[in-house]
Design a protein around this ligand. Structure first.
Ligand code: PMV
Length: 365
């Protein structure tokens, strides 16, 4: 029995046929997210080893326009190219989507994609890119069939599906704070899709900001998909699962009570733990750059002066700084004066808690 929520499409009987003259088209803008509790390690079926928690951003986002045509071309073209750096990842995901949604079979998909953040800044674009692509594909599938979805249903299906393309992408479907992974602490949480938890968040944390310091724009030396695999034979695998579970519980308490200090300390512990796990993996690697360490040290020093500012990092050298809106002026002065010189070409993306994906257009002729 097919229990996938996407089976709603296989039960549909109608398949309209887009032609080269009559394209189906959908366009979405979807944000990146920053993980406070990191997803690192997974089980078969893209099941996370531990629950994760993230904040969806606003300014760091990807816009995708996807057009489907029944033409005798390669099945996927990204910005007119089959050699686009994202082609391999997106194509594997597209093949999976076609198995789930037969109406997508036999079509060519033209993807036009742009990131709001400067090109090759080393910011993980897979969460924003895959979530936007999934929304477009699902909307096209809906145009091709008699399946009609409310926006809420579309987002829920996209969260379920996009996790297969990139785990962290499933959290980008919702604004604010989002969790992915089954936890007894949050009713309705699941390993198969993300859940927004904003109704559990104290108002004091409603306006958190994130300055992304681009220390290096060089491509990462390990892809996160490889990093997840390395956790399977990691000597600290069991400890990590326990640690992540404890940090997740503490972070949920901090969110509910509005304890930024606790949330920030956990986010720093998660970032340093992630990098420690990468360093101690078989064939370990160092993803920090000297600038990353210099930023971290300066942040700790600045915080001892009393202002709330905390760091986190994904699997790369760039540093995310979290701070509340009421400290924006002082914190951003410090960032501009002390930290900007440590960034590549002074690149910083000033971002904040965002409200999730935005539909730009859809059309079916
Ligand atoms: O979604 P992936 O497979 O790119 O993995 C994301 C891993 C981290 O960014 C390090 C952590 C996270 O939860 O986003």
């Amino acid at each position: 029995m097919n229990t996938s929520p996407l089976s709603v499409f296989s039960q549909s009987t109608v398949r309209k046929s887009p032609s080269t003259e009559g394209l189906c088209c959908s366009s979405w803008r979807s944000p990146a997210n920053i993980a406070i509790i990191k997803y690192w390690g997974k089980r078969p079926g893209q099941i996370p080893a531990n629950p994760s928690l993230s904040m969806t951003l606003s300014n760091a986002c990807t816009t995708n326009t996807v057009m489907a045509a029944s033409a005798n071309l390669p099945s996927l073209l990204i910005n007119g190219d089959i050699k686009h750096p994202f082609h391999h990842k997106l194509n594997i995901f597209l093949e999976w989507m076609k198995q789930e949604i037969p109406a997508l079979e036999g079509l060519t998909f033209h993807v036009e994609t742009t990131n709001s953040f400067p090109h090759s800044t080393g910011i993980a674009s897979s969460a924003s890119g895959i979530s936007a692509f999934t929304l477009c594909l699902l909307e096209i599938a809906s145009q091709l069939t008699d399946v009609r979805l409310s926006t809420e249903e579309l987002l829920a299906l996209a969260s379920y599906a996009s996790r297969v393309g990139s785990g962290s992408a499933c959290r980008s479907l919702y604004g604010g704070f989002t969790i992915w992974g089954a936890s007894s602490l949050v009713a309705g949480s699941s390993d198969h899709f993300a859940l927004p938890v904003n109704d559990m968040v104290h108002p004091d944390l409603a306006d958190l900001r994130d300055a992304i310091l681009v220390v290096s724009s060089k491509p990462k030396s390990i892809a996160s998909s490889y990093g997840h695999q390395l956790m399977k034979e990691h000597p600290y695998e069991r400890c990590r699962i326990t640690q992540a579970g404890n940090n997740f519980s503490q972070a949920m308490l901090a969110l509910q009570s509005g304890d930024l200090d606790l949330l920030g300390k956990i986010s720093e512990n998660e970032a340093l733990s992630l990098h420690s796990l990468i360093m101690t993996s078989p064939g370990g690697d160092i993803l920090f750059e000297p600038g990353s360490i210099a930023v971290i040290k300066k942040v700790k020093q600045f915080r001892s002066g009393g202002l709330p500012i905390f760091f986190t990092l994904d699997a790369g050298p760039n540093v995310h700084l979290l701070y509340p809106n009421n400290a924006k002026v002082q914190v951003e002065n410090f960032i501009r004066q002390e930290l900007m010189p440590l960034c590549e070409e002074g690149t910083i993306i000033f971002d904040h808690r965002g409200s999730g994906p935005l539909r730009l257009s859809q059309s079916s002729r």
